[in-house]
Design a protein around this ligand. Structure first.
Ligand SMILES: [Zn+2]
Length: 290
């Protein structure tokens, strides 16, 4: 049987929000078994909290935002993918501000902080979503699918009409070391034309070449260039892993995505939870993916 995990001690991460440009601080704290991942807005009266789950998603346009009618927690995916990769089941994340800090636009900082503080096993069995049949969602030429697999495998392909991106694809079995070496450092990216449009709308105020790859019509504007030639598809895989956390439990399956973003991932997650004939929650005796 595999047991749930949390972190050994609390640890803080600080930065600014990509869209708000405001300072934000995160405090990761250990949590009891069966807590799940819970965000707490400590800057608001009564410290309201929200548990990471698919039915708490209120926006998927630019990033994945969780919330209620009273408050929001936005851009959660770069932080949640580190928890997915480390198989952290239970965690309290205290947040002062609405947005998770963007740091360098990747997940590296969150991963290093959580690895530094270390994990402990807890005295409760972990449950997994296990696929019996394929589940698929589509929108135009974009699609997302999961099929039965013993472990967690992710295959992603992207297509952009840009000379520096074009078509890229990646297929990886995900575990902590693969995530750390191949995915965690891949930065978010955007096009100069979109950045100008977003800033006119009061968004991307904290956006800069230090926290995103920015492209004009022909080239990459960051003087340091890319961390990998296919950093774009690597970041899409990072986002997808973050969005998988909305399942509330880890997935045993092969996730395949083509041009899929946060919205399609959210629809796929909802379908996995709803289609009880094709997927179910169960304890596992061993985990090849770890
Ligand atoms: Zn992202």
């Amino acid at each position: 049987m595999l047991f749930q995990k949390t972190i050994k001690n609390q640890i803080e991460v600080e930065g600014i929000g990509l869209h708000s440009g405001q300072k934000a601080k995160l405090r990761f704290k250990p949590a009891m078994p069966n807590t799940g991942i819970v965000f707490v807005r400590t800057d608001l009266l009564g410290s309201p909290f929200i548990k990471v789950s698919s039915n708490k998603v209120v926006d998927t346009k630019l990033a994945t935002t969780l919330g209620s009618d009273r408050f929001k927690v936005s851009t959660v995916e770069h932080c949640l993918c580190a928890m997915s990769a480390l198989r952290i089941d239970n965690l309290i994340i205290e947040l002062e501000g609405e947005e998770i800090p963007i740091i360098d636009g990747s997940s590296k900082h969150f991963l290093l902080a959580l690895q530094k503080v270390g994990l402990i096993e807890q005295d409760w069995a972990r449950k997994y979503w296990v696929l019996q049949d394929a589940i698929r969602v589509e929108q135009g030429d974009k699609w997302a699918e999961v099929t039965p697999y013993h472990g967690l495998r992710v295959s992603v392909s992207v297509e952009f009409d840009h000379p520096k991106i074009k078509s890229q694809s990646l297929d990886l079995d995900i575990n902590e070391s693969v995530f750390a070496s191949e995915i965690a450092g891949a930065r978010t990216f955007g096009f100069m034309s979109d950045v100008e449009r977003l800033q006119k709308l009061g968004l991307a105020k904290g956006g800069s070449l230090s926290n995103a790859i920015v492209l004009d019509d022909e080239k990459i504007l960051n003087p340091e260039g890319l961390r990998w030639p296919d950093e774009f598809v690597r970041h899409k895989l990072l986002d997808a892993l973050g969005d998988l956390s909305l399942l509330g439990f880890p997935l045993m399956g092969h996730l395949k995505l083509h041009k899929a973003g946060h919205e399609l991932m959210h629809r796929l997650v909802e379908k996995i939870i709803q289609e009880s004939k094709s997927s179910r929650l169960m304890e596992m005796s061993f985990d090849l993916s770890n």
